[in-house]
Design a protein around this ligand. Structure first.
Ligand code: 13P
Ligand code: SF4
Length: 337
């Protein structure tokens, strides 16, 4: 399988680019031209000359690449069914209804969506003067959004929203968790004392990390460091020694001195790879948490995609959605140049 993929890559040369997210398994990562976190991967699209971009990650990532790619470029994903549980927690029509309710009395509310969301949700943000953030630039983008209006609607990850707001010094009384039941009928018009409205979404993988696991590691291994992804709850982030994007976690492990023990609270494929890359350090998962959607991308699936590259239907984004979604993404890329 590996050799067959290498042969196809050699034949296609610069006409093909394979991008992979850090949560992909080693068998896929070894074929990647570019490996990165969500922000780094989105940033790379503009500079790619390849006619075919094969995106090894979940669907919103491939969709983001398709929005940012030039019209003649084709973006493929080995399994279009690799969706993100969190991205699915934010139906577009409901976001529209919530925006209508919040702005009923004329308040200017800026929607800011985590990149883990559909193109249609990004388009809503683009149309309402809002933007997109990733875990790597969330503080910069939340600061930017707060400066644009009277308040921010942060979608869909409430944990990332709360962790980022706390980083910026926002107190709990300035944040409100939205009650999105009943098609948004319980959402009141914006309250001037609230700066941040949180959508009640979360990542099922990062919800597996709990404060008790950290206290237990502190007891059994007091010298060890604990690093987590900001999709973990604020209670977990507060107890950890550091929190940040997948690239931040990698950087911290790379920089740790030989002999360090580090527990990492994020998706297992990344933690497992770090452990293999650092035999001089003890790198352990806080608990083994696998993203079953990321795992839908396999080496066999990548091979099948490469075999039918010229006939396969690429990732398509509705035309009415592409322009406003790109506007939202470009605002982010501009603010975080
Ligand atoms: P990063 O942007 O940190 O790579 O994270 C993406 C993701 O889906 C984490 O669950
Ligand atoms: Fe989505 Fe969580 Fe998987 Fe990341 S780890 S892709 S947020 S379900």
């Amino acid at each position: 399988m590996r050799d067959s993929i290498m042969t196809i890559r050699k034949d296609l040369g610069s006409r093909l680019a394979i991008l992979a997210h850090h949560y992909q398994p080693d068998a896929v990562v070894r074929h990647a031209d570019i490996l990165g976190d969500s922000l780094e991967l989105a940033r790379q699209i503009d500079g790619l000359g390849a006619e075919h971009i094969v995106f090894c990650g979940v669907h919103f990532m491939a969709e983001t690449a398709a929005i940012l790619a030039r019209p003649e470029q084709k973006v493929h994903i080995p399994d279009p069914g690799a969706s993100c549980v969190m991205a699915n927690m934010v139906p577009t029509l409901l976001v529209e209804a919530v925006m209508t309710a919040l702005t009923r009395t004329g308040a200017k509310i800026i929607p800011l969506t985590y990149v883990n969301s559909s193109a249609a949700v990004k388009a809503v943000c683009g149309r309402h003067g809002g933007s997109v953030c990733t875990s790597a630039n969330a503080p910069t983008m939340l600061r930017w959004a707060l400066d644009q209006g009277d308040g921010v609607l942060f979608l869909p990850d409430a944990n990332l929203g709360r962790n980022t707001a706390r980083n910026l010094g926002l107190g709990p009384h300035t944040m409100r968790m939205l009650d999105i039941r009943g098609q948004g009928r319980f959402v009141e018009p914006a309250d001037p004392s609230v700066q941040l409205y949180l959508w009640p979404g979360l990542c099922a993988v990062h919800a597996k990390f709990h404060p008790e696991q950290i206290t237990s590691v502190r007891r059994s291994d007091p010298e060890a460091s604990i690093l987590v992804h900001p999709e973990c709850s604020p209670e977990v982030v507060e107890l950890a020694d550091g929190a940040g994007s997948t690239s931040y976690l990698i950087r911290r492990v790379n920089q740790a001195p030989s002999g360090s023990a580090i527990y990492v609270g994020t998706e297992w494929n990344l933690v497992n790879r770090l452990a293999g890359q650092h035999p001089d350090k003890v790198i352990l998962p806080l608990v083994k948490a696998l993203c079953s959607n990321m795992a839908k991308i396999t080496e066999a699936g990548l091979f099948a995609t490469l075999q039918r590259l010229h006939t396969a239907r690429p990732v398509r984004v509705d035309e009415t959605v592409t322009a406003p979604a790109r506007l939202a993404l470009e605002r982010m890329l501009h603010v975080c140049r």
